[in-house]
Write a protein that binds this ligand. Sequence first.
Ligand SMILES: Cc1ncc(COP(=O)(O)O)c(C=O)c1O
Length: 396
Amino acid sequence: MASLDSILKPVIDDLKAKDIYWKTYKLESNSGAHGVVNGKKVLMFGTNNYLGLSNHPEMVEAAIEATKKYGAGSGAVRPIAGTMDLHIKLEETIARFKKSEAAVYFQTGFAANAGGIPQLLDKETLVLSDELNHGSIIDGVRLSKAEKGIYKHCEVQDLAAKLEEAQKSGKHKKIWVITDGVFSMDGDIAPLGKIQEVCSKYGAYIWVDDAHGDGVLGSHGRGIVDHFNLHGKIEAEMGTFSKAFGVVGGLVSCSSVMKEYMHNKARTYLLSGSAPPATVAACTKALEILEKDDSLVKKLWENTEYFKEKLSKMGLDTGNSQTPIVPIMTGDSTKAKQLSAGLYEEGVFAVPIVFPMVAKDKARVRTQIRADFSKEDLDFALEAIEKVGKNIGLVK
Ligand SMILES: Cc1ncc(COP(=O)(O)O)c(C=O)c1O
């Protein structure tokens, strides 16, 4: 039999030949606005730490205190002995923050999608998924026995046509519609209000993945359901603590019955060790900070508007962005790589996003704006973008 490495190596070589091999960047600092990547000081335009919360002193303190009191690990899966009072408090805090009846905390957002979704979709279900949904949704759907359909990105008419067709066929007992709230490559927002209207007409349930909307959209960063004022009308608002909330962990805001169901059915919840005390305490603190004070969320949006306006004055295309995810569209992938490399030399970290992550002619450098950038930071980056953009013929 061939050695395993001799089977794996050509696959890796093929990724390299196609230029889709991930070279990992080494972060040698915290995830603050000013970081050190591969030995160089840079402004961090490439993280999801939109509010800079990962370094918030109160969260660090909460993590330390929880570790001192409860130890480094939880010792078990949630249903056995891994539910500490800390986990219960976090789930109550999520529900209060999200204004939902109840909430479930998972170890990661990936675990929430991959573990939660399949338990809701049985073989009598039709699931309709936006074509640009996140990979963790795709995997969750794949793990289910449901009939699967895809609708065009954010196109409510296409979704309505598919729902109509499903209703006529009379084949399904349940229909679920699943969408990202904010799409991570373009920074556009799903038209959740319209999606909810059409779903309510056809009796379909909604699972929305608010990973990039948590801490960003809605009052105090409550997320997409709050943004569209759809409280009580969306069956599951999934989210993550790994982005604007600055820690790690998945969440699903839902009804008390759905919570009880997830606590008994979701396999990633049942069969994987629960999150450690430091993580859980820091997550709770993140929500408490945002509940008290929305100044970070406001600053994030001020920074985003300032940055976008300046890019547009330079004649740059930011695609469909409606959020702090601001792609600088370059079209071809070579230009995206040149722009990213040039920016790094100037001290600005922002990664190129190229095929197959996006269509071949839709390459871009993705910048992600944060609340802890000063105006000087933004101006520094804008100057660098102009300089490198001129060198590669992107800026006139
Ligand atoms: C839209 C979306 N959903 C889910 C996830 C997974 O979240 P987590 O990092 O908490 O596993 C991500 C993270 O990349 C994401 O962007």
